[in-house]
Write a protein that binds this ligand. Structure first.
Ligand SMILES: Nc1nc2c(ncn2[C@@H]2O[C@H](COP(=O)(O)OP(=O)(O)OP(=O)(O)O)[C@@H](O)[C@H]2O)c(=O)[nH]1
Ligand SMILES: [Mg+2]
Length: 296
């Protein structure tokens, strides 16, 4: 980067002929090591300097405009919770006081670490719920979708059907090339309803109960059954080309932030302890992995 910023770099990378090159070389480089570079190696050096300039330019472009990841979905599905996870920013202070809803589109930078030492800089946009009657949220979404690199729709199993999800991804699927993640969030809520553990016990007892390895309840299998219907509904509800859908649309179940009560937390820990595949399928880090896979 320092090489590309030097005045001499601009001059030497413009030369066309060998005599021009050597005249400039001898004038610019008056000290070792560049002063002593033999004439037949000088074009190689100039090639490296040109590369440095190009890399520096690319870096500037990337720094000025990080890829934009746009989050949307219905009310209270976990959009702002996802923004907080990705950016570390809690935007709760920007909510209205009487209702806990996000009221405007908010853009925040996020650093995604990958391959141990690499960092990807992105902008995350959190949108207001897409189920208000004013149409304002839709306009905001249209604006933020402009120049978006990735699109995330957060939904849950609480909705009677997934027609809102289908509506939300229909346009970006038809009018853009961007890839889409549908996050089926708050899986914990339905999972607890499905599990048949003894809820009559007092909090304290349940919080320390261990599930027997021999228990017939499989959180992983239950999860598979729970998400089967919404996944099929989304896939069959989309009218776009099926190959496009399978290339561009990913559907993942998730738990972004589970219940506070001790007994639910304990149960979730137990499910994860008994079935590693359950834990890995619901891990929040899957969202980061998807972002990296789709941007790099
Ligand atoms: N149980 C459970 N609660 C969750 C999960 N993810 C988020 N929540 C909770 O769900 C509530 C709504 O989350 P938000 O992130 O504010 O939802 P939102 O989609 O931004 O809501 P709006 O801005 O109103 O559209 C909060 O109380 C979260 O703590 C989850 O995976 N499980
Ligand atoms: Mg919100």
């Amino acid at each position: 980067m320092r090489i590309s910023g030097c005045q001499w770099n601009h001059e030497i990378t413009k030369v066309k002929t060998s005599p021009e090159r050597d005249a400039l070389w001898n004038r610019i480089f008056t000290s070792v090591p560049l002063k002593n570079v033999p004439e037949d190696h000088r074009w190689n050096w100039i090639g490296i300097m040109r590369l440095c300039s190009q890399l520096s330019l690319m870096r500037d472009i990337l720094l000025r405009k990080p890829p934009k990841v746009v989050i949307t979905g219905k009310s209270q599905t976990g959009k702002s919770t996802l923004l907080k996870y990705l950016t570390g920013r809690n935007l709760g202070e920007l909510r209205s006081i009487d209702a806990f809803n996000t009221r405007m589109s908010l853009q925040c930078p996020a650093l995604i670490h990958f391959n141990h030492e690499s960092i990807l800089t992105i902008d995350i946009v959190d949108n207001p719920r897409q189920d208000d009657a004013t149409g304002q949220a839709k306009t905001l979404l249209d604006m933020t979708l402009n120049s978006a690199s990735l699109f995330i729709v957060v939904t849950t199993l609480a909705h009677v059907n997934q027609s809102h999800t289908i509506q939300l991804i229909d346009r970006p699927l038809r009018e853009t090339q961007i890839n889409i993640l549908i996050l089926i969030n708050q899986i914990d809520i339905r999972l607890f309803e499905e599990s048949d553990f003894d809820w009559e016990n007092d909090e304290e007892t349940v919080a320390h109960t261990k599930i027997e390895t021999s228990s017939s309840f499989s959180a992983f299998d239950t999860l598979k059954i729970l998400i089967e219907r919404p996944i099929n509904e989304i896939k069959s509800g989309l009218t776009n080309d099926q190959a496009q859908i399978s290339n561009r649309v990913t559907i993942k179940p998730n738990i972004l932030k589970h219940f506070k009560p001790e007994k639910e937390s304990n149960l979730l820990r137990e499910f994860s302890r008994l079935e590693e595949r359950f834990r890995s399928q619901l891990s929040k880090s899957n969202v980061k992995t998807w972002i990296i896979e789709n941007l790099i």
